[in-house]
Write a protein that binds this ligand. Structure first.
Ligand code: SAM
Length: 279
């Protein structure tokens, strides 16, 4: 019988956010794989957890995953914890989880804090649909591509950022997305917790005067349906009905489908379009 892999969330600042279940699982497993054993030690000793630990981090996550997988196959139960929050969310955990799933080893989440969820739910922006972008890529080309993709994103956007990159990232977001509202969630669950909701231009001004400090999550509003509709409208607004039909026919639609699409765009019936065409 193989063991179980537990993905255990730990607090993102406030130790009171540790769950009873997380403490129990961490006491019961055979081994805890920590992103950084030195960072996790105070947490583990605070909750009197004396389980053996090993390191499992960004730079050994592939070879170490093989080692952990062998132990799991041998029947050991292992918990993965990171420096803060939920494993796999901008932190190690994903690769090991995928390998266990492949090997039909049980993977059990032990949910708790995740900065992205805490930030979006307290932002005052829509949290019905959101896109989690984690950290924007450092590579310039990849970063530009993501920013380009985000221009059309109608869901709320969540981005992680370090304080020393905050101003540059706000500038790039302002340039790419326009002057949308952004919620800056700083030091969540900690003593200096702060939530600011403002326009991107205002955030730029604010951080010219105040140095960014601590950990940040940026929550940016998605493109409004009004803007999306205006953009869609601009694609056919200056076309005659014949040209509008031609646009869809050239995309491979047959006449009936094109007439339906034209009628839908213009908010009229198919019959109206047909009559205009035969006139
Ligand atoms: N696994 C973590 C989670 O579940 O949220 C994320 C780890 S990621 C390496 C670290 C980033 O998460 C930080 O740079 C910051 O953007 C965000 N973060 C983590 N803790 C935070 C906090 N207390 N307040 C604001 N942002 C935080």
């Amino acid at each position: 019988m193989s063991g179980t892999l537990y993905l255990v969330a730990t607090p993102i600042g406030n130790l009171e956010d540790m769950t009873f279940r997380a403490v129990r699982i961490l006491k019961e497993v055979d081994l805890i794989a920590c992103e950084d054993t030195r960072t996790s030690r105070p947490l583990l000793s605070h909750f009197e957890i004396h389980t053996p630990v090993t390191s499992y981090h960004e730079f050994n996550k592939i070879e170490k995953a093989g080692e952990l997988l062998e132990k799991l196959m041998g029947g050991a139960s292992i918990a993965v914890i990171t420096d803060a929050g939920t494993p796999g969310i901008s932190d190690p955990g994903e690769e090991l989880c995928a390998m266990c799933t492949e090997a039909e080893i049980d993977v059990v989440p032990v949910p708790g804090a995740a900065a992205a969820i805490a930030a979006v739910t307290s932002s005052g922006l829509s949290c019905r649909r959101f896109a989690f972008e984690a950290f924007l890529p450092k590579d310039k080309k990849k970063r530009r591509r993501i920013l380009e993709e985000l221009k059309a994103e109608s869901r709320t956007i969540i981005i992680y950022e370090a304080p020393h990159h905050l101003k540059d990232t706000l500038k790039e977001l302002h340039e790419a997305l326009g002057d949308r509202r952004v919620s800056l969630a700083r030091e969540l669950t900690k003593v200096h917790e702060e939530h600011l909701l403002m326009k991107l231009s205002e955030a730029l001004d604010y951080y010219e005067k105040n140095d960014p400090r601590g950990e940040y999550v940026l929550v940016i509003e998605g493109k409004s349906s009004k803007e999306l509709e205006a953009e869609a409208r601009a694609l056919w607004e200056d076309l005659s009905i014949e040209e509008h039909m031609e646009k869809y026919l050239s995309q491979g639609m047959d006449k009936k489908e094109a007439m339906k699409a034209v009628a839908k765009d213009r908010g009229v019936s198919k019959r109206d379009i047909y009559q205009q065409l035969i006139k």
